[in-house]
Design a protein around this ligand. Sequence first.
Ligand code: SF4
Length: 215
Amino acid sequence: MGTVRDEKSSYLKSEALPPLANLKEAELSAHKCRRCPLWERATQTVFGAGDSHARVVFVGEQPGDVEDRTGLPFVGPAGRLLDRALNQAQINRDLCYVTNAVKHFKWESLGQRRLHKKPTSREIQACRPWLQAEIELIQPEVVVGLGATAAASIFGVPVRISDVRGKLTHVESVGKTCLITAHPSSVLRAPDPDAQRTEFNRLVKDLTLLRAFAG
Ligand code: SF4
């Protein structure tokens, strides 16, 4: 496959990844990725982690500050909330694989703090082959998109979460059954404890649909 020139960033990005024999090879290759500019300010690539034969793959947005430092997905505040929701929905995270649509932390500074910055459509598209490779190598039965960025990567186009949330649906672009729900960080951002409880319960309700696959 040839290459395309990304005019805005001047990055050269291959349209397809090289053949990847297994997840380890994919991870090592992703650590050298320069398909978009996000690698420049991040500490490291945060590839997916978990059971390489998982029946359920969770897809978040991108690594956060803690994930960027540790190199592991979903280990910060949103990860802890996801763990609580999975626990309540009686889903075993150890039987699943957890990753992100975008593998480098995008951030802006506020004093000493590094604040999460939403990836652009271009960055989501640039990183999409890594997610496709993970799904291809694992062959899960269900792919779960947590939030709008994950949904956009799964569908290949932006979608409204409210249009697709909370149902197991076959998605042609990934060739898998998919479930779209909220990102745990959106529960954390809910304006007050009542709203947080409501959003948390909605997330748990959606996740219970996975019990047959990873309960
Ligand atoms: S965010 Fe994805 S596409 Fe961009 S450099 Fe990192 S791994 Fe590559």
